[in-house]
Design a protein around this ligand. Structure first.
Ligand code: IMP
Length: 432
């Protein structure tokens, strides 16, 4: 059985949720490996919309095991809300489908408050975070005083001690630096104990669970969150998220060796979007940008913020292919381009009068980059009901073929609408 990693190639919001949901049909196990409830997956199944932020979208299919790896940061309130909501929707006891890493770190009330306080303090220079406490939770992890899911299973006195140590630090920051109210140790401790009682059966040592899955030949799908250009190391730092969003992190977070991965798929939206601040060379601050936003429904699933829109950026995509070792790509939202007379694609950047084909590490340089654009003829036809590749308009096929040729990897799938059914599957990585 194949094991597949699926990641976002742009700044997130590529439509990964739908593709994960679709591929889950052939996977037995779905693993989330980084990020937290800063992610938002919108799924449309038989006309109903579902928004999930933490639990892998694979949960919508009965019998699939959903794993939260050690690299994820978990907000217990969100996790419990999603478990409750999914139970109401499906009538199933979702917890039995979940395996939660005892090594995954917790996002506490104080992390959320610090995230928001820091953004306020940055003022104009704010990152534009989702305000969910993601950055501060990873800070606690790296500073080595974070609390982990496994700590919920520790004796109460031990958990209380760890929490008190962490909150002492956080409350000092909140009160003395940010002039905010402190977070209540009593209230947070109560929440942790309540969560522990509910989640206990799902908290496990994930590497051993994964080894069992690998031994028994289960097909595993690793679901990335955010996107390559938001990666903490290789993204547009500091306008990034605080985790490693790259395919390689799937193995590290789940605790398996890299040799177990058979295919790495990158999700590419047919144009580019970005939420929050930071350089964005292909941004369209004109009517076409507005048109893409309206037609593509480009408003954040997590924060509702309007997304910045632009043309496809091949410089950034070639970088993403290199960083993730992509074998193929899933092209999403092609239907949003219908009706445009011309479709533009960024082939290279112009920086200080020079043409460059690499993605700069310095945001000062990236901010100065102007896109060198090529035009492709558009198409007028509504393609949302097209289910065979050959039935796509000639110009749409030419656009896809040009991307395949310029990126050097094939389109394994083309998505022409939000519903699971609105998909042209050209190659199934699980059948490889
Ligand atoms: P944080 O992850 O909340 O710290 O936010 C850091 C940056 O990542 C901000 O620009 C966010 O808008 C962006 N970001 C975080 N999660 C997502 C996502 O799932 N999709 C798109 N952008 C995201």
């Amino acid at each position: 059985m194949a094991n597949v990693v699926l990641i976002g190639t742009q700044w997130g919001d590529e439509g990964k949720g739908k593709i994960v949901d679709l591929l889950t049909e052939w996977a037995n196990v779905v693993v989330r490996f980084q990020g937290g409830n800063n992610a938002g997956h919108t799924l449309v199944i038989e006309g109903r919309r579902y928004a999930l932020h933490l639990i892998p979208s694979g949960i919508m299919r009965p019998g699939k095991v959903c794993v939260i790896g050690s690299g994820v940061v978990v907000d217990l309130k969100i996790l419990l809300d999603e478990i409750r909501l999914l139970k109401e929707e499906s009538g199933r006891e979702i917890i039995s489908q979940l395996i939660l890493s005892d090594e995954a770190h917790l996002i506490l009330e104080s992390h959320r408050r610090l995230d928001q306080a820091r953004e306020r303090q940055r003022g104009e220079a704010k990152i534009g975070t989702t305000g969910r406490g993601i950055g501060p939770a990873y800070e606690s992890k790296m500073a080595r005083w974070g609390l982990r899911l496994g700590d919920l299973l520790a004796p109460e006195a031990e958990l209380h001690q760890r929490l008190a140590t962490l909150l002492e630090q956080h409350n000092l920051l909140l009160e003395k630096i940010y002039r905010e109210e402190p977070v209540s140790l009593v209230a947070v401790f109560r929440e942790l104990k309540e969560a522990a009682a509910l989640l206990k059966p799902a908290i496990r040592k994930v590497p051993y669970e994964m080894a069992r899955c690998l031994d028994s030949g289960e097909a595993i799908l690793f679901e990335g969150a955010q996107g390559t250009l938001l990666d903490i190391d290789h993204g547009t730092y500091p306008f990034v998220t605080s985790s490693s969003t790259l395919a390689a992190n799937a193995c590290a977070s789940a605790g398996i060796g890299v040799r177990h991965i058979d295919e790495v798929v990158g999700v590419i939206k047919a144009y580019t979007t970005r939420v929050g601040s930071g350089p964005f060379p292909v941004e369209l601050e004109d009517e076409t940008g507005d048109q893409l936003r309206d037609k593509g429904g480009e408003f954040g699933t997590t924060t509702g913020r309007p997304r910045r829109c632009g043309w496809l950026d091949l410089v950034a995509l070639r970088y993403a292919i290199m960083l993730n070792g992509l074998d193929s790509f899933a092209l999403t939202k092609l239907d949003v381009l219908s009706g445009l007379k011309k479709i533009k694609v960024c082939e290279a950047y112009r920086l200080n009068g020079r043409i460059i084909d690499y993605f700069p590490s310095s945001i000062t340089e990236l901010e100065r980059c102007e896109p060198v654009l090529t035009e492709y003829p558009g198409w007028d036809e509504d393609i949302t009901a097209v289910l065979e590749y050959d039935r796509l308009p000639e110009n749409a096929r030419a656009y896809i073929a040009a991307l395949e040729q310029k990126l050097g990897i094939p389109a394994m799938l083309v998505s022409v609408g939000p519903d699971r059914a609105q998909t042209i599957l050209r190659h199934n990585p699980f059948a490889a």
